[in-house]
Ligand binder design. Sequence first.
Ligand code: HEC
Length: 132
Amino acid sequence: MKKFTVGLMLLLSTLAVNASTDAEREAIAKRIAPVGQVYVAGAAPAAATTASGPRSGQQVYQAACFACHGTGALDAPKPGDAAAWEPRIAQGFDVMLKHSIDGFNNMPAMGTCASCSEDEIAAAIRFMTDGA
Ligand code: HEC
């Protein structure tokens, strides 16, 4: 019985090795292919968005700022949190904009949005401070 089990396992492992032949590799390549296509398809609208003018403050916020400002990560002030925004607004919009462009403590330069224009950053700040 034990010999039979060992023999069966050997047979199975041989089959497993045989499975990773050219045919199997081709099948894997075919299964991976649609992922590449989805990626390309997903990249197209982004390019179109860039070409069709500046993104709205809300779009920039959701794409780049939400990771910290939406969750309060690293103590980033959340949109609508008037108490958190008040002293920042008090220093003037230009200071907030400069801090967003250059970076400020744990606030990264351009809020990690490397493709953003300064106008788009300003729009995102307006979006976040609107309710504050
Ligand atoms: C990696 C996390 C992170 C991301 C992403 C991020 N922020 Fe911030 N942000 C912070 C933190 C933390 C602070 C608070 C910094 C402080 O006061 O020490 C902050 C502060 C700010 C302030 C207030 C600056 C001031 O002068 O008090 C503005 C405005 C701001 N962020 C805008 C943005 C915008 C716009 C984006 C997206 C384009 C963005 N942030 C993305 C973490 C982030």
